[in-house]
Design a protein around this ligand. Sequence first.
Ligand code: DP6
Length: 360
Amino acid sequence: MPINKFIPTNLSIKEINGTISWSSPSNIALVKYWGKKENQIPENQSISFTLDACKTITKLTYSKREKNKENFSFQVFLDRVHKPDFEPKITTFFTRIEQYLPFLKEFYFKIETENTFPHSSGIASSASGMSALALCLMSIEKELNPEITEEDFIKKASFLARLGSGSACRSLEGDLVVWGKHDDIEGSSDLFGVKYPYKVHENFKNYQDTILLVDKGEKQVSSTVGHGLMHGHPFAQERFKQADENITKIKAILESGDLDAFIALVESEALTLHAMMMTSMPYFILMKPNTLEIINKIWSFRKETGLHISFTLDAGANVHILYPENETKAIIEFIKTELVAYCQNGHYICDRIGFGAKQL
Ligand code: DP6
C-alpha cells in the first residue's frame, strides 16, 4: 500500500537538466536492525551513530527524455568505471520508489559514485550509497517543487533511502538516529529515521569508531537473506522485544553518560545479532577466528586498564572499536601494537561520530 503523504501532488514535470552531488556517510548501529516485514518495514527499532569519514559521494546528472519512456533509463559508474552489474539493484530501487517520484521515467540519469573507503573492505556501502542517491533524487523533486520544506525534504529522502536499504534511512543526519516506531522516542517511525531528539551526555560527544578490517571478502550471506531468516526463527519474537527494551535502556544511558552500561548494551547487541545468524535455519557464521581474537584482546585490555573500549559488529567479520574521545591516545596505541596483526593486510580505518549528509 502506498504511503500517501509521500506522493507528490503538485509536481510540474519541467524540461530541466543538470547535475547534483551529495555526500552521505555510513552509520554503525548500537541497537541492531535484523528482521523486516514487507516493504522494508523493520521488525524492531534500531539506533545508530552516524559516521564521519566513511562515506559515499554521488553525482547525479539528469536530462529530460523525449521518447521511449516505458522503462527507467540510467547508467551507473563506480570510480569512473561503468558498472552494469550494479544496475539490477538500482532498477529494484527505482521500481520501489517510482510511485513517490513520478518523474523517474521522464529522465535519463548518469549515476557516478565513489566511496571514501575501499570497495572491497567488507564495509557495506549500501547505507551511504542509497542515502546519497535518495538525496540526489530529492534535489530533483525540490527543483520541480521548490515549496518543499527542509524538514519534509529530509524525511522523504530518509523514507526513499529505506526502500533502497533499511539501514540507509539512518545515514542522513547525525549524530544519533533512531528508526522504528518506539513509545519512548517522540516522532519515531517505521517509515524513516529521525534524529535522536533527547539530551546526550558529554561522554558520547565525538565518540570514536576505529574499524578493523578483518575480512575484506564478499560476505557469504547477504543482509537481505539474513533478515529473511528471521521469519519463523525460534528466537525472533524475544529478540524483537529485547531490541524494544534496549532502546528504552540506551535512552537512559545516553542521558546519564554511564559508559559501563553503554558497553554492556552495545556488545550484547552485537553478539545477539550474530547469535541470530548462528541459530537461524540455515545457520551461518560471519565472524572469523580473528574477530574472536580481537574481542578477547579488547576484553583483557579493558580489564587491565579500566579504559572504556568496546566493540560492535555489523553483518560481517570486521570489528568496530568504540571509545570516548579522551581515551584515544592509549586505545590507538593498543590497536597498533596488539590488534593490527589480526587485520587483513594490517588495514584499519579511524572514524568517529559525524553529522550526516551534505550537498556538495
Ligand atoms: C546488521 O540495511 O543492509 O547492519 O534493508 O536488506 O538492505 P537491507 O539490510 P541492511 O541491514 C543492516 C543490518 C545490520 C544492522 C543495522 O545496521 O542496524
